[in-house]
Design a protein. Structure first.
Length: 455
């Protein structure tokens, strides 16, 4: 089955799953209340967004220069910087690195780019235990699932789902409270942190001017992953660079306010290379892998490169009526929701994933909430145009016939309530098989108007 067909099938299924809807609506309502509060700290939120957008526009324009500046300064700090063109290039480099090191256990903080490259699966093949240390990531890893959402990986699970999951895997009491479940994970992970050979983190921002890696978090697991093991590996997409730490007072609160509704996350980490000679704690080595994975292809198109401004706050997912109905897994990609629908076709095979650009009502809510003012609707429309160039939404004969009929009023208005018959035939493709379309009036509005006028 093609990716587009399985997307439609899964979307129809999930949209009708009332239990799923109940959990998502509950978790989203908490998010919405928190974000509304988080935004209140701004005297002028739109000005902050304007500034962030302008800085990111400049970053995207100067991306190659800023990346080189970051590399030079990170190396001066004692870090080792490597470039990876693709997933396979990154995995080859890591395989080579680990072949020289005795690595049994690796602790990992939440990082979508490591999901993008399926890092855990590759490490598993190398015989390395990779332990997710973010609570939400830990839950989905235990469940054998992928993150449901780029900020809240276990958003689709209720407290009871998690209690049952842990009971099944760790024999904990099925009636544990949320606090007790968290406490169990805390103790479980402490042992992993102190015994791990390697710690892997992502990066929220790469500060070019200082060669520093900025990572925000709420659980302390990033700090522990980066400081306990002797080797700290950072894996980051090339779009994460910003000019310098002077910009963090703008970006960190914007990310927190839009991602979780906090004024600032609990921990804001800045890593300036490995342990220095006069320091007692920290890793002996810090390796930074900068991965392209088709981002430079996005960069090469002057319009598409706007998508590289994304700071992965997740706000557009939470605002999207389509995401709220079909959920994160239906997209079947690392990045879901509006930004996922924009970038996933480019990061993967465009032909296979172009259908995602149509998974939007273009209501504009995503664009309205985006803290860096990405023109998401324009980008979705651009993808749709590109999809036509790639040949194609209208490939099969029935779709071509439907398009030709729907676009001609004379054909639609043929006698015999043709419209109702036609839409009945195509109903499942148009709105899914679980809903019913109302029948059209036998006579059109203009026919009725003319008739009434004669009276
Ligand atoms: S596109 Fe904007 S709203 Fe969506 S995740 Fe990126 S920064 Fe956040």
């Amino acid at each position: 089955m093609s990716k587009a067909k399985s997307f439609k099938k899964e979307a129809a299924h999930v949209a009708n799953d009332l239990q799923h809807r109940k959990i998502i609506q509950f978790n989203m309502s908490k998010y919405e209340a928190a974000v509304a509060d988080g935004k209140l700290r701004y005297k002028d939120l739109s000005l902050a967004k304007e500034q962030a957008s302008a800085i990111k526009d400049d970053v995207v324009k100067r991306l190659p220069y800023l990346l080189e500046e970051f590399e030079t300064n990170a190396v001066n700090n004692g870090a080792e910087v490597y470039w990876a063109e693709s997933t396979s290039d990154l995995i080859d480099q890591l395989t080579h690195l680990f072949s020289d090191l005795p690595v049994e256990t690796l602790v990992k903080s939440k990082s979508m780019v490591t999901e993008e490259v399926n890092l855990n699966e590759h490490l598993d093949k190398l015989g390395i235990e990779s332990v997710e240390t973010d609570l939400g990531e830990f839950i989905v890893q235990v469940a054998g699932e992928k993150p449901y959402h780029i900020v809240t990986p276990a958003m689709h699970k209720s407290k009871q789902d998690i209690a049952e999951l842990f009971n099944e895997h760790f024999d904990t009491d099925v009636n544990l409270s949320a606090e007790e479940l968290t406490d169990f994970v805390r103790h479980y992970l402490r042992k992993k942190f102190v015994s791990a050979d390697v710690g892997v983190t992502g990066a929220n921002f790469l500060c070019a001017n200082e060669g520093a890696v900025a990572v925000t978090e709420n659980e302390g697991n990033v700090l522990l992953s980066a400081s306990f093991p002797k080797l700290h590996i950072v894996i980051a997409g090339i779009e994460k660079v910003i000019p310098g730490i002077d910009h963090l007072p703008l970006f960190w609160p914007l990310l927190a306010a839009h991602g979780t509704g906090q004024q600032l996350t609990v921990y804001s980490n800045l890593f300036f290379g490995p342990k220095k000679t006069n320091e007692t704690d920290g890793p002996d080595r810090m390796l930074i892998f900068l991965i392209d994975n088709k981002r430079s292809e996005i960069y090469s198109d002057k319009k598409d490169r706007e998508a590289l401004k994304c700071i992965r706050c997740g706000a557009c997912l939470n605002a999207c009526p389509v995401y709220k109905n079909i959920g994160g897994y239906t997209y079947n990609t690392t990045y879901s929701g509006p930004i996922g629908s924009v970038i996933s076709p480019h990061l993967n095979d465009f032909k296979e994933y172009k259908h995602l650009s149509f998974a939007s009502s273009l209501c504009g809510k995503c664009e309205e909430v985006c803290p860096v003012k990405i023109k998401l609707t324009d980008l979705l429309l651009k993808n749709r145009q590109d999809a036509q160039v790639h040949n194609d939404t209208l490939t099969d004969a029935s779709n071509i016939a439907l398009y030709n009929i729907l676009s001609k009023r004379s054909l639609m208005n043929l006698p015999g309530n043709y419209k109702s018959k036609l839409t009945k035939v195509f109903q499942s493709g148009l709105i899914g098989s679980d809903k019913k379309l109302s029948a059209f009036e036998p006579k059109t509005f203009s026919q009725q108007w003319k008739k009434n006028k004669k009276r």
